[in-house]
Structures are given as C-alpha cells and as structure tokens.
Design a protein around this ligand. Structure first.
Ligand code: GLN
Length: 474
C-alpha cells in the first residue's frame, strides 16, 4: 500500500506500476473492506479505470498533469457533474450534480482520478458519521468504534487504503477530528482560501473544504492546486497561492508555541490524551522550541458561539430543500403546504431537524438579539483575542479531540455530549484561521490520538512545514 504520492510517482516513473494497476488495487481493497467499513456510498469503478487508461496514455506521451496517479475520494457534499450527490441525506434522493465544483475541477484538470463518493454525517452535522441516512462508517483501527465525523467515510477510505487522498469539508472540525480518530493528517485551511463553489452549504461563514491524507506533502500539493481565486465564489480570497509543497522544509527553525492552561485543568480529557499531549509538549521543548501555557478566558464561549451561529446559518441554508424542485417529495402530501411539511419531516434525519429548529429559534424576532446578535459579537471578540495571541506565538496547540474514537451509540441519548467534544476544533472555524491535525500516538487500546495546531490566517506554509516536521521527525 502506497502512503504518499511521492512513492506513487516514483513507482510510475520506474514503470513498477501504472494508473490502471493503481486503480485496480484500490478497487480490490474497496471490494474487500467497504461492505464492513462503509467508507464509500458509491464507487466509480468503470469510470475510474477508463480514466486511468487515458492518464497512462498521457504519461506515456509526457503530457500528464501534476496529479497523475493520485486517486481521490470525495465526501458526499462535493459536486461532481452527472454524479449523484446526497449529503448522506434522504432529502436529496435521486439528486445529480449539474456541475463540478471548483476544487474537484482543479483536481481533475491535473489528472487526479476520482474513485467514489464517501459517507458522512447528514449535511455534515455530527462528529461520528452516525447521522448518515445510509448507515454508519466504521473505524478501521477498531470496527466497534466510530471514525469521527462528519467526514468519517473520507477518513476511513484513506486509513484503510481505499484511496490516497480525500476531500472533506470542515465547518467545526469535520476534517481534523476524523483524521485524529483514524491516525491521519487533516487540514482545514484559512476560511476563503479554497472556493466553496460546488460544496453543499452547512454554515456558510464557517464552511471550508479540507484535505485528508497520510502524508503532509500530499496535503500541501492538493491545497496548492485547489486553493485560490475563483470567479464562481465571490467570497474566496484573491491572495496568491504559495507553492506549499515546496515550502515544507522547516530549516531548523525554532518556534514559539502556546497551549491553553485550561485544557489540562478541565475535565473531559482522557488520561491517554492528556499524557500524549504533555509528552509532545516536552519533546518540543527538548528540541529547543518555546512552549508556554497561556490563559484564554473566552474558551468557554467558543462552543456556544459556534453552535448558535452554525445552527442559524444551517436553518436558512437548508430551507431550499422543500420537495419542490429536486430531491425527496412525500407521497402522502395532499396540498402544497403538506408537501413542504411532510417532505421535510420525512426527508431530514433527527439531528438535522434539531439544528433547523434551534437555528430558527435563535433567528426568531423575539430572540434574535439575545442569541444571534450576541453570538456574532462574541465571535468578533474571540477572533480578536485569538489573532492577538497568534501575533505573539507561531502556533496554538491542543489535542484535536478530548478523547479517542468512542464506541457507537455513545452520544445516542445526549447530543450535547457530542457537541462538547468539539471544544478544541471549533475555534479555528469561529475565527477563520487554518488548523491541522497530525497523529500523536495511540491510547492503551490502540486507537489513534491527534494533535491540533492552529496558525494565523493564511499561514498555511508555516503550518504545513511544522506538521511535516512533526510527522517526519517525531
Ligand atoms: N461536529 C461539528 C458539528 O456537528 C462539526 C461538523 C463539521 O465540521 N461539519 O457541527
């Protein structure tokens, strides 16, 4: 099993392999493992093989793009023309993308091969992939445990060798937390770094496309190809995109790193995660980096701010699914109003309905100021304080999640418990800064632990170089 694109490129060069052979071997792994793990909802076998043949031809002619031989999976929230897209929800039953999103198009333009569509939490709402309408994805490290979420299928696909790289989406940790639970590296870039054109919206001012892989170089390479300005997304950053994959050498640089004192004082962190994080801090100090505990008094407001604002945005974004133009329509409807009501009641799952209702509540005339306006003000404060801190430090580190992957059903009775576990990951989205999760050992049961690193806006080069250093030298 190849774990980096570098290895694949070398093998292609020495003609040890070909794109067709690569795709065949991924398809074989999928046929062996996917019925148990349920990482893919749909596999584009014939099409991927056909494309592999064409790209082999291009390689032979010396005309291949930069990603020739990279086999990629897409979370079920990314538009790929003439392919089904459901956001793991019944409400999008029968829906096919009418166009290809920018990030996906840029991968295709560089000759990546798309191998299939991956399971996730319904509309990317969740942390376990249990809210999917199409069954749960299982963690390949231990199938009784969740893979994390919402991009759980995307993580397991890479973890189990069913593709090399996955594109996911991260609104509050959905790329980083499953990366952490599955022993991978997962990047959420700065908000607006990658066009959102062709990404199904959950909470538009938080949503980011992100990348999951084994090798940091692969993440850097994919980012440099998919990031940057785009006529189809007026919110995307106009800044130039650095050649991230060539900037991974850290040159013995010594960094100044902060971590929140509260993290080690609070409850909820398991002993294994605490120890692994502490050991990493000690190791970084031993390498000559400065690592300091700092106070972040706004920490307790980060989660409520995130959940109030994302639910508000979700309630408006999801109002378009009404059974009229596309997707699921209830057969029991007798008139227009009952068609809206029944289609939505039957088409959406429980978690999505909970969020639409809470979001509608915080946006209602009588509560708008108390919740929505206030949360926006707090978001502003959190942003200001975080940016200030990142003016003094290169990075803020923490565990990616307070625990390793829980067993299925852990949050069944108590969704609040699930929301609380997002404590470390949502800050990057509230603020809009980039963050990455890198593997940081395992717990006593062999389940992966992740370390999260946050950096200031548009500092992906520095962030990726540091992640590369941690992944390579530690
Ligand atoms: N677990 C978080 C939520 O449920 C994050 C989801 C995401 O990033 N898409 O909102």
């Amino acid at each position: 099993m190849y774990v980096s694109f570098n290895e694949i490129q070398n093998a292609l060069k020495n003609t040890e392999t070909s794109c067709v052979k690569l795709v065949e071997s991924y398809l074989q792994t999928i046929s062996q493992k996917n019925s148990e793990l349920c990482a893919f909802l749909e596999v584009y076998d014939t099409e991927a093989l056909q494309r592999a043949k064409e790209i082999d031809q291009k390689i032979a002619e010396g005309k291949a793009g930069k990603l020739a031989g990279m086999v990629v999976g897409l979370k079920d929230v990314l538009c790929y023309k003439n392919h089904s897209l459901q956001s793991s929800s019944q409400i999008l039953q029968g829906f096919e993308s009418q166009f290809t999103g920018t990030a996906v198009q840029r991968l295709l333009d560089e000759d990546a091969i798309i191998i299939g569509r991956q399971n996730c939490d319904e509309f990317a709402m969740g942390s376990t992939t249990e809210t999917s309408a199409f069954g749960v994805t299982r963690n390949a490290a231990n199938p009784n445990h969740v893979p994390g979420g919402s991009s759980g299928g995307s993580a397991v696909a890479v973890q189990a060798g069913m593709c090399l790289v996955s594109l996911g989406s991260d609104t509050g940790g959905s790329v980083r937390q499953p990366a952490s639970f599955c022993g991978l590296t997962g990047l959420k870039p700065t908000y607006s770094r990658i066009s959102r054109y062709g990404l199904i919206a959950y909470a538009s001012s938080f949503d980011c496309i992100g990348v999951l892989a084994q090798a940091t170089q692969d993440i850097a390479l994919v980012l440099e190809i998919i990031a940057g300005k785009d006529d189809f997304d007026s919110t995307v950053s106009q800044r130039d995109v650095p050649p991230y994959s060539q900037l991974l050498n850290h040159n013995e640089q010594k960094y100044k790193i902060a971590y929140y004192r509260e993290i080690f004082e609070g409850e909820g962190l398991t002993e294994d995660v605490r120890q692994a994080t502490q050991q990493k801090i000690d190791a970084l100090r031993a390498e000559g980096h400065t690592v300091e505990a700092v106070d972040f008094p706004l920490l307790e407001y980060v989660l409520p701010t995130y959940y109030i604002l994302t639910m508000a945005e979700a309630s408006t974004n999801l109002s378009r699914y009404d059974g009229v133009r596309y997707g699921y329509r209830s057969e029991k409807a007798t008139d227009l109003e009952s068609m809206f009501k029944l289609s939505r009641s039957e088409g959406f799952g429980e978690e999505v309905k909970r969020r639409i209702m809470l979001g509608t509540f915080v946006l209602s005339a009588s509560y708008y100021d108390a919740y929505f306006t206030k949360a926006q003000k707090v978001r502003r404060l959190i942003k200001q304080k975080t940016t200030e801190l990142l003016g003094q430090y290169d990075f803020i580190i923490s565990p990616t999640a307070p625990t390793t992957a829980p067993e299925f059903g852990t949050f069944a009775e108590n969704p609040i418990q699930m929301y609380l576990a997002d404590i470390f990951s949502v800050q990057a989205n509230v603020v809009g800064i980039p963050a990455i999760s890198v593997p940081n050992g395992e717990d006593e049961n062999g389940l992966p632990i992740g370390l999260q690193i946050m950096a200031n806006s548009f500092e992906e080069s520095k962030l990726l170089a540091f992640a590369h250093y941690l992944n390579t030298y530690k």
